[in-house]
Design a protein around this ligand. Structure first.
Ligand SMILES: NC(=O)c1ccc[n+]([C@@H]2O[C@H](COP(=O)([O-])OP(=O)(O)OC[C@H]3O[C@@H](n4cnc5c(N)ncnc54)[C@H](O)[C@@H]3O)[C@@H](O)[C@H]2O)c1
Length: 249
């Protein structure tokens, strides 16, 4: 059993660059029509121009409930009910809890967690009209364990994981699957300038590439038709465990 993406209408957030842009390319290659959304208009329009008629760019700040309604209405008017939602937009805020400003905390929660809620809230009625579909929420390995100096990010990504499970329970009867992807370090502008020494101790000791995450996204959408509410981890094995050195005897 598979879910065909041929002619399917998809919305991707944070689509102007990084993983989101790769997801748009992958969806188009699989036959979907994609509303690529972001707040980086120039990059978003360039991507849409590059990919042709199967992509339209629309500005969407994921924290703006009214803008969500507008984008869903525009997608449906142009191409029909929405079958796929990829909640990918996200930001990272660095700093220990004692020095992280409340406004930075709030901004991370607003974009990374409330944005995912608003997306599902806006899209589900359209997905029902499509007789079902699939939602993929992009969490992180930071939604599976703690990371010092990433408190707001970690809290938001754990929230995405829990919200995904709740949505899966609520929407299963409507033939809508909801899953989360949990990437480890992936080569995108988000981690420019971040020390990546930690990848050396992973079982697969390298940074991941966006297209590897897109492959997992397409697997979830097209092939994982009996999976919902679950975590799909793509992290080079980084959270698998730690290596204990054999002591000298
Ligand atoms: N790169 C990594 O190592 C990594 C690891 C785990 C999870 N992630 C997650 O993957 C997703 C994609 O990140 P990326 O690495 O491609 O980063 P990125 O910074 O390249 O892309 C994120 C996109 O989200 C957009 N965005 C930010 N705020 C927005 C808002 N309010 N409304 C709409 N769009 C907004 C940005 O403009 C950008 O285009 C994020 O949710 C991120 O948390 C990234």
């Amino acid at each position: 059993m598979t879910m065909s993406l041929d002619g399917a209408v998809a919305i991707v957030t944070g689509a102007a660059r990084g993983m989101g842009a790769e997801h748009v390319r992958g969806l188009v290659a699989a036959g979907a029509r994609v509303v690529a959304t972001d707040i980086l208009d120039e990059e978003g329009r360039a991507l849409a121009d590059d990919l042709g008629d199967a992509v339209m760019y629309r500005r969407l700040d994921v924290t703006d409930a009214d803008a969500w309604d507008t984008v869903v209405a525009q997608a449906e008017e142009a191409w029909g009910p929405v079958k796929v939602l990829v909640n990918n937009a996200g930001i990272v805020m660095f700093g220990p809890i004692e020095s992280l400003s409340p406004s930075d905390w709030q901004r991370a929660i607003d974009i990374n967690l409330t944005g995912v809620f608003l997306g599902m809230h806006a899209v589900v009625p359209s997905m029902r009209r499509a007789n079902g579909g699939a939602i993929v929420n992009i969490s992180s390995t930071a939604g599976l364990q703690g990371y010092a100096n990433l408190g707001a990010y970690v809290a938001s990504k754990w929230g995405v994981r829990g919200l995904t499970k709740t949505a899966a329970l609520e929407l299963g009867p409507d033939n809508i699957r909801v899953n989360s992807i949990h990437p480890g370090p992936i080569r995108t502008p988000m981690i420019d300038g971040v020390s990546l020494d930690m990848v050396k101790s992973q079982p697969i000791p390298r940074v991941g590439e966006p297209e590897e995450v897109t492959a997992m996204l397409l697997f979830i959408l097209q092939d994982a038709t009996y999976s919902t509410g679950h975590e799909f981890i793509i992290d080079g094995g980084t959270i698998v465990g730690a290596t204990v050195d054999v002591p000298d005897t």
